[in-house]
Design a protein around this ligand. Structure first.
Ligand code: HEM
Length: 484
């Protein structure tokens, strides 16, 4: 057979293969019954269009349009559905360890093989069982009791923030510039997580630029994630390219800069953690290395460094951004500002007064409502959190045409952004209204019910066995900075 007659044969075989694959995905897939755009059912390139190119990071917003068109459950990929229904959130993310949930490789698979970048961290672990033992290594360090015991570490940083803001406002006064509060708040959270978890602050608050280059590096390096999901093998290899090549990409330079900051912290903390004398300097690495639930084979530097990368990244931008957005809304509304000051003043009557404990602040109803509203509008981790139920079919009861089965093994997700901007749960969702979280003695039953609904559906930290491990630390960071 000459080459001329082979080419049409290859093309025909290819077209046949694609056509059979397309028919199979459209009509014989295990989720063919779920409504959604045909193109999304055919190929994940549909998601890439919105998330990578030509649009960037827009897929979550696009799901809002899809839900308007197709209802509360939509097929968003060949083997993936997205749900917008707060009443189904606990089914997606249950707390019971019997109801296993794996993270989906579609969203988190690309981390596997990235080495110290984050492979081996609790966050990136796919399988439920392995995740449990890894999380057991870090969770005790972030328990409510531990956060309470180590509260002085957070308070010290809050006082440094106060000093830094005073310094900056004086300098700015002279130069007629503005202070970037997003950067200042991230400098606070960066110093807190490095001091709290690694026993050494990176000193962001003491730097004249409040470590803006570090913050920029961290923010910029986040952009690799949609790309990593779209082209996992390529993204993994990009991380290992020689420096003379990566120097040409601001994204890779940022990513590498961030890796180096954390590696330095982890290297020192790893050495300290082998030192048995831990007085006053206990770090999260002690917690991992001394955990009986973490096997010895898991107590290696690369894995522990990966845990550090995630803690540093997850502990900085999320809380920093939430604080900055809360400040913005407080300053924009004099009535909220005045009411907050009125509630706080008795606790901190003078500039010299010591900061009260977080437990005392948690009892303040208006401050708590402000923080809840800040968490709702801060959208710290707003994208879809993809899961797989490996051994149960889920039944979504509220499909447009009746119950919809989500077969075991299918990837499914919800996004807190959609829940937190749901008009029925949070009327007027794009306005900052702390009172939606405030109960009052003379409220009607309907008003009380609305407040309870608002509280029950607030899910900034996710829910279930994979929910945020750092939420107690995050709350202490969210409660303390107002006392300035
Ligand atoms: C307002 C602040 C924060 C928000 C909104 C937030 C949100 C979240 C969410 C939604 C998840 C679940 C991710 C998923 O299911 O894939 C998560 C996980 C995680 N967060 Fe946070 N977080 C915050 C602060 C922190 C802090 C301060 C730390 C530092 C200790 C932290 C460390 C982590 C870690 C390690 C995980 C992975 C847990 C696991 O997979 O077991 N977060 N966070």
């Amino acid at each position: 057979m000459d080459s001329i007659s082979v080419i049409p044969l290859i093309i025909t075989a290819l077209l046949l293969y694609i056509s059979v694959g397309a028919v199979r995905r459209l009509y014989f897939s295990r989720i063919s019954h779920v409504p959604g755009p045909k193109l999304a059912a055919l190929t994940y390139l549909y998601q890439r269009y919105w998330d990578v190119w030509p649009c960037s990071g827009q897929f979550m917003f696009h799901t809002i349009e899809l839900h308007k068109r197709y209802g509360p459950i939509v097929r968003v990929g060949p083997d993936e559905v997205h749900i917008d229904d707060a009443s189904f959130y606990s089914e997606c993310y249950p707390s019971s360890i019997i109801r296993r949930r794996d993270k989906s490789p579609l969203q988190f698979g690309w981390y596997q093989g990235t080495g110290e970048f984050s492979d081996g961290s609790s966050f990136s672990t796919l399988a439920n069982q392995l995740h449990r033992s890894r999380r057991a290594g870090i969770a005790p360090f972030f328990s409510k009791q531990m956060v309470r015991d180590l509260e002085p570490r957070v308070k010290d940083k809050v006082l440094r923030l106060r000093a830094a803001l005073l310094r900056h406002s004086k300098a700015i006064h002279k130069e007629e510039q503005l202070v970037d509060m997003n950067n200042a708040m991230s400098a606070l959270t960066m110093d807190v997580i490095s001091e709290y978890a690694f026993g050494r602050s990176i000193g962001a608050l003491d730097r004249p630029d409040l470590a803006k280059p570090y913050n920029d590096a961290l923010r910029e390096s986040m952009k690799i994630h949609p790309f990593g999901r779209a082209f996992p093998a390529l993204a993994r290899n990009l991380i290992y390219l020689p420096q003379w090549i990566t120097n040409h990409s601001p994204l890779l330079v940022a990513s590498e800069g961030f890796q180096n900051i954390v590696k330095d912290l982890s290297t020192k903390a790893f050495a300290d953690a082998h030192n048995t004398d831990t007085r006053g300097k206990r770090t999260v690495l002690h917690s991992i290395l001394q955990s009986p639930e973490v096997p010895e084979s898991e107590k290696t530097f690369p894995r522990i460094n990966a845990e550090g990368v995630i803690l540093f990244g997850a502990g900085t931008e999320t809380t920093g951004r939430t604080l900055a957005i809360t400040i913005l809304h407080i300053l924009a509304d004099p009535s909220i500002h005045a009411r907050l000051l009125e509630e706080l003043r008795p606790l901190i009557p003078s500039y010299q007064a010591p900061l009260p404990p977080v437990s005392q602040l948690e009892a303040l109803p208006f401050l708590t409502a402000v923080i809840n509203e800040g968490l709702r509008m801060g959208h710290g981790a707003c994208g879809r959190l993809s899961r797989i139920a490996p051994d149960e079919n889920l039944v979504f009861p509220n499909g447009l045409k009746g119950p919809v089965i989500i077969p075991a093994g299918t990837t499914f997700s919800q996004s807190s952004y959609l829940i937190h901007t749901n008009q029925e749960i949070y009327p007027d969702p794009f306005n900052f209204r702390p009172e939606r979280f405030l109960s009052s003695e003379n409220a009607t039953d309907a008003e009380n019910e609305a407040v309870n609904r608002a509280k029950a559906n607030l899910v900034p930290f996710g829910r279930g066995t994979r929910a945020c491990v750092g939420l107690n630390l995050a709350y202490s960071e969210l409660y303390l900075p107002w006392l300035q």
